[in-house]
Design a protein. Structure first.
Length: 402
């Protein structure tokens, strides 16, 4: 089987996903365009050599509709011969784009692909695309639909995590993100976003709150109690988990992932492409997978996906140097650690989405790039990247540095 290599990656800063956020004035196609242009310029890439552009996008409507992968490639000046599309596997979309690119390359059906993702949450709010899972009561009832935040609180209840436990985890995410920013660990991969006049709109992640204290976090109100109790979703969860007497609501805006805008692009290809382009691969894809998990609790997929990917790679958790586990909610990563025995010292060493934000369709590609940069910085070899996914799924990818 042909090997799939990562030759380079870039990402934009993450802007607050609100009308007053730094990136709100740019439509998502512009965010994606700038990432695609940056990856081309850095590699001096002949874009006609690229077979496809695959972008994760979770709400592909409005500004983000119309096969944004193809439109952004055209807008970025890529050759007309470059195909493009968007895909949606909820929060894992950016990583699924990487995995789909790898599959095309490994199968010998593409020589080079640019994979990544984009999400402008300030312009296209989460859930804007609707769908039967949210909107059809019959489907919601049959699938035990529960909002993700209530699912996270259910995990915390089942695992016995207290409010202080999840707040301390969130505080550590902020601390790690601040340390990484102070040392400019993302400098190689971070490309500033510019407005139509060429002026820099944002050149750093806008979401982190480095001065956050435990007292600050403790003062925040639970974010999902109303949906659980008044919205009736707690009864759905407890019907699915009858051994639970009641849900303890511990997740807040401070220990859940942040709503942000952002984009990422990763240049991938086979060895022949690299030789033709004069590029040296930085990493290879060792294995990847997506799995289904119980849909009501929804957020337990990362450990299951990691195990399946490791089995395919004939590896074990001890063979992985670094892990990126998306911080959708504090309890998700804490549950991953409990399930796998992996130490927090190896997970999200530069902070995660609690501190940095989670631009849904782009996050998977962003954190894969973060893992690769950190492997190189530390002189390590292997990383596993995984995310929980809506509707009860998990996605994982293993990379090996070259």
């Amino acid at each position: 089987m042909t090997e799939a290599f990562i030759y380079d990656h870039v990402r934009t800063p993450r802007g607050r996903g609100r009308p007053d956020g730094a990136l709100h004035e740019l439509p998502p196609v512009a965010l994606a365009t700038q990432a695609l242009q940056a990856i081309q310029a850095r590699s001096q890439l002949q874009t006609a050599w690229v077979d496809d552009v695959i972008l994760g996008c979770v709400s592909p409507i409005g500004d983000q509709g119309s096969a944004i992968g193809r439109v952004a490639a055209l807008n970025a000046g890529y050759a007309d011969s470059v195909a493009g599309y968007q895909l949606n596997r909820f929060c894992a979309s950016g990583l699924e784009a990487v995995n789909s690119a790898a599959a095309q390359i490994m199968a010998g059906q593409s020589d080079a692909v640019v994979a990544g993702g984009v999400e402008s949450m300030s312009r296209v709010p989460i859930g804007s695309d609707g769908g039967a899972w949210y909107g059809d009561p019959a489907v919601a009832r049959a699938t035990y639909f529960v909002p993700q935040g209530v699912g996270a609180d259910l995990i915390a209840t089942l695992q016995g995590y207290t409010r202080e436990d999840v707040d301390r985890f969130a505080l550590e995410s902020q601390r790690r993100a601040a340390a990484a920013a102070a040392e400019a660990r993302a400098a190689r991969s971070l490309v500033p976003v510019r407005d139509v006049m060429g002026e820099v709109l944002l050149d750093r992640d806008e979401y982190p709150r480095p001065n956050t204290t435990l007292a600050d976090l403790g003062a925040l109100k639970p974010a999902f109690r109303e949906a659980g109790e008044e919205g009736g979703f707690a009864s759905v969860a407890l019907h699915r988990y009858p051994g639970v007497e009641s849900i303890r609501y511990v997740h807040t805006a401070g220990n859940s992932s942040g709503i942000v805008d952002g984009s990422a692009a990763i240049l991938m290809g086979n060895r022949a492409f690299g030789r033709r382009a004069g590029l040296t691969p930085r990493a290879r894809i060792r294995a990847f997978t997506s799995i289904g998990s119980e849909p009501a609790i929804m957020l337990t997929g990362p450990a299951l996906a990691a195990r399946k990917a490791l089995k395919r790679a004939r590896m074990d958790f001890a063979d992985i140097d670094l892990f990126e586990v998306n911080e959708a909610f504090a309890a998700v990563v804490m549950r991953f650690m409990d399930d796998t025995g992996v130490s927090h010292d190896k997970i999200n060493v530069n902070g995660g989405a609690i501190a940095l934000g989670h631009p849904l369709g782009a996050t998977g590609a962003i954190i894969l790039g973060t893992a690769l940069d950190e492997l190189e910085r530390r002189g390590l070899s292997t990383a596993l990247v995984t995310l929980c996914v809506g509707a009860g799924m998990g996605t994982a990818t293993i990379i090996e540095r070259i």
